[in-house]
Design a protein around this ligand. Sequence first.
Ligand SMILES: Nc1ncnc2c1ncn2[C@@H]1O[C@H](COP(=O)(O)OP(=O)(O)OP(=O)(O)O)[C@@H](O)[C@H]1O
Ligand SMILES: [Mg+2]
Length: 155
Amino acid sequence: MISNTEGTFFLTGKDFVNAGKASSRLKKVLENLGLPPGIIRRASIAAFEAEMNTSIYAVAGIMHYYITPETIRVEIKDMGPGIEDIALALTEGYSTAPDYIREMGFGSGMGLPNIKKNTDSLTITSAVGEGTTLDFVINLTGTSEGAEHDTERNC
Ligand SMILES: Nc1ncnc2c1ncn2[C@@H]1O[C@H](COP(=O)(O)OP(=O)(O)OP(=O)(O)O)[C@@H](O)[C@H]1O
Ligand SMILES: [Mg+2]
């Protein structure tokens, strides 16, 4: 039985040395809880993509995770420009990433679609000029954890 676990990581915008560390620390937490590899993989991909978006687009953010025997829930709240059209942002291939971000291997417009594919529920709320909050849930009960999901980057 998994005991209730929660924690917080602080995210700094444009800090590409540390970008990715919060999601890899979350991955360690999930591994230490002994969760199935397929679940860990999905949660790590989703957390990594959300963390990278905070890093690329926002000034700062917070990742908070809550794990219960039933679900992994992760909330990533940033202070950034916000997303004007969330449906458009969720479209595969849509990206406003500048050239220097593309040169680092990002900006394919696959991050948000990838989060959606790898989670059981995703809620995005955003206010232009204020910031964006992503809230995703992965179910730990009644799912086939082995189902393959899409592209993985180095998370
Ligand atoms: N936290 C955020 N704040 C502001 N805009 C965002 C945020 N996250 C995503 N967006 C907007 O949504 C677009 C699509 O995001 P998505 O993560 O799918 O692709 P990307 O970051 O451009 O490229 P990739 O994730 O493939 O490296 C971004 O280009 C950006 O315009
Ligand atoms: Mg992205």
